[in-house]
Design a protein around this ligand. Structure first.
Ligand code: MIC
Ligand code: SF4
Length: 649
């Protein structure tokens, strides 16, 4: 029987388990990436493993998230990361070199390889036919130490693309269409494999926009074949030697095939406050726009920026709009400058920021209160921009450019001009001078630890009974941005006690204080949630900080993949309602209890949860693989790897 592309690559990396959807498998990891906001914790964990050098083919540490540097904290983190990289054989991409996913695509991604990254948008490199998966920092640290990466074997859905995109419609509109079809929930343990005639006209950066935002559907990863377009891209990066052809067999099997005709897609937008709240741009016409942000790892390629530059040529930014432009990498910025289009953009009034995540993570450029911001990034969660009542819409670069000129939501097809044609440079001017290569030999150099580098919090032993109040009851689609905000708070990523003060800040500002006082009384607390808990970012802080505040279990209707792995790694029980409607029979502050935990975890994981306040009981389940059971019973993954590797934490 023929194999699909995902099966072909994964079977070459399989270390344990069978390729049966739903079963746990372990795979060998060729490459890892980290970024600074998750990287400090990942490397603190890696250091604790006492492994002298990374064991992967390639591990890259990027600095791209916390580049605002108000106060000493971020600068301390960067120095820590640089010194750890030197010591352990990790490639270091300095601040200013660009966003991890864009730079990894340009300089390091290789068809047929596996990559895990401590960032949920790691699947961007699926556009280069890699199996590229987002993970928590601890899982990335374990992979660097040579351990396999474990995941539930996903089912593979084929997204069959036909036709060609019409002028003024681009890759962002394709992935917004996919989000309209699949939404942000219900896609756990799924892979999107793209194929069909339609892919032939999509360049690698366009494919990258599509694989990047597969993360918003919650899939394990998304992947394109490695074909002529892949070769052209690798050649343009002076890396044709990395090209191999990869495609699914003709008789490959898929769990489902979904057909999308590219020629039927219109300019789309994701309305506030979820990437799956899709509408056509046409319907939004005339809504006044206050801010437009172009950039992020989704849409900051050469083609994206030059298209916008051509649309804006000779025009001035509308007086009511603030236009922010954040190039994805130093390479893109240099090409923009070489082409002369940067001058045009500056003349138009663009506010050019450094090549980093910037506005996308609320690190600067927060829009005015109650305003409308159009962004080419991938997430429009409530409050992520740094302004709690802002209305953020996700759009393509073309739709963004139209609003820059008109000052309102405008279907770009209504701009009275020809769609600008952008040809990619045959060869980009490659300049890796912002990349620091580690010494080949073992390096004994000191690791820099400024005052912002905290200590690794310990996870407590698993107790046999968990009892405590429902400290918060939340609804569906709670993102890790809701659980622990980024933006202005992100500078505390390396200091868990401080960062924990902001857990659920945007939903319930008193949450951390309440949780802390329960913990100080020696008690535990429980969170109750709806569907798809833990969407979005891979930040393990969304598990670490609640763990620090004494949360021992979360009962939800369903969980997202990376967050579940993070909860287990830090010893928090992810419990699912056996009957969803039991959610409606619990109130915040009800006192809940489960007992005999160790025995039940080792057996079928089905618990009777007693609601002591209401005098009722209901069933919840904790579905874990044997490996995950061991982690939970040990009180967290570091406790296990400490025992196994005689670690020193
Ligand atoms: C994001 O886009 O939310 C982030 C910031 O890149 C996160 C990682 C983090 O929280 O540091 C992600 O996507 O995983
Ligand atoms: Fe950075 Fe935004 Fe991409 Fe996350 S989604 S990696 S914050 S650019």
């Amino acid at each position: 029987m023929g194999k699909n592309l995902f099966e072909k690559i994964i079977s070459r990396h399989l270390v344990s388990g069978n390729l049966v959807p739903g079963e746990e498998i372990g795979i060998y990891i060729d490459q890892t990436l980290t970024q600074d906001a998750t990287g400090t914790m990942a490397y603190l964990q890696f250091e604790a493993m006492n492994v002298p050098r990374t064991k992967t083919e390639l591990s890259v540490s990027y600095v791209d998230h916390n580049t605002i540097q108000i106060g000493f904290e971020n600068a301390d983190d960067h120095l820590y990361l640089q010194s750890v990289a030197q010591k352990y054989g990790i490639v270091f991409s300095r601040a200013g070199n660009g966003i991890c996913h864009q730079v990894h695509l340009e300089r390091f991604g290789k068809p047929g390889k596996t990559l895990i990254g401590s960032d949920s948008h790691t699947p961007t490199c699926g556009s280069l036919s890699m199996i590229a998966i987002g993970a928590g920092g601890l899982d990335v640290a374990l992979a660097m130490a040579g351990s396999p990466f474990y995941l539930t074997c996903p089912k593979v859905i084929k997204i069959n693309l036909a036709g060609k995109l019409k002028p003024w419609v681009s890759a962002k509109d394709v992935i917004l269409k996919v989000l309209e079809i699949f939404t942000t929930k219900g896609n756990v343990n799924t892979v999107f494999e793209y194929g069909g005639k339609g892919i032939e006209s999509l360049t690698v950066p366009e494919r990258a926009t599509i694989t990047n935002m597969g993360a918003e559907c919650g899939v394990t990863t998304s992947i394109f074949p490695s074909d002529k377009m892949t070769r052209i891209f690798l050649r343009s990066q002076h890396r044709e030697r990395d090209f191999i052809e990869l495609k699914a067999d003709k008789d490959a099997k898929y769990a489902k095939v979904v057909n999308i005709d590219l020629s039927k897609i219109e300019p789309l937008t994701a309305k506030p406050h979820s990437p799956d709240n899709i509408s056509t741009v046409k319907k939004m016409n005339k809504i006044a726009v206050n801010q437009v942000c172009l950039g992020s790892c989704t849409n900051s390629s050469y083609k994206d920026l030059i298209t916008v530059a051509k649309i804006l040529k000779g025009k001035t930014v509308h007086p009511d709009v603030s236009f922010i432009l954040t190039p994805g990498s130093k390479q893109v910025l240099k090409e923009l400058s070489k082409s002369g289009y940067l001058t045009g953009l500056i003349s138009s009034g663009a506010r050019i920021t450094e090549s980093a995540c910037g506005f996308c993570i609320g690190n600067g450029q927060s829009p005015p209160s109650g305003s409308v911001s159009l962004r080419t990034s991938n997430r429009n969660f409530l409050g992520r921009s740094g302004t709690i009542d802002a209305n953020v819409y996700l759009v393509s670069p073309e739709t963004a450019a139209a609003a820059v000129i008109t000052g309102c939501f405008t279907d770009p097809r209504n701009l009275k001009m020809r769609y600008p044609k952008v040809t990619m440079p045959k060869k980009f001017s490659v300049d890796d001078s912002m990349i620091i290569w580690p010494d080949k030999k073992k390096n004994e150099s000191e690791v820099f630890r400024g005052p912002n580098i905290g200590i690794l919090p310990r996870t407590p032993e698993l107790s046999d009974t968990i009892h405590g109040p429902v400290i918060i009851k939340v609804g569906d689609k709670i993102t890790t941005d809701h659980i622990i905000p980024a933006g202005a708070r992100m500078k505390y990523r390396s200091n868990i006690p401080k960062y924990s003060e902001f857990v659920f800040e945007n939903i319930d500002p008193n949450f951390a204080r309440r949780a802390m006082s329960i913990r100080q009384d020696g008690k535990q607390s429980i969170i109750v949630a709806g569907l798809s808990y833990g969407q979005g970012s891979s930040r393990e802080h969304a598990a670490l900080c609640p763990m620090y505040l004494g949360i021992r279990a979360i009962i939800a209707k369903s969980f997202e993949r990376i967050h579940t792995a993070n909860l287990i790694n830090f010893g928090i029980l992810p419990l699912t309602f056996c009957v969803e409607s039991d959610y409606d029979r619990i109130d915040q502050e009800d006192y809940l209890e489960i007992s005999d935990i160790k025995r039940i975890i080792s057996e079928d994981g089905k618990f009777l949860m007693r609601n002591k306040t209401k005098g009722t009981a209901f069933y919840v389940t904790c579905e874990l693989s044997d490996r995950q059971k061991q982690i939970i019973l040990a009180g967290g993954a570091l406790n296990i790897s400490n025992k196994e590797n005689k670690l020193r934490v």
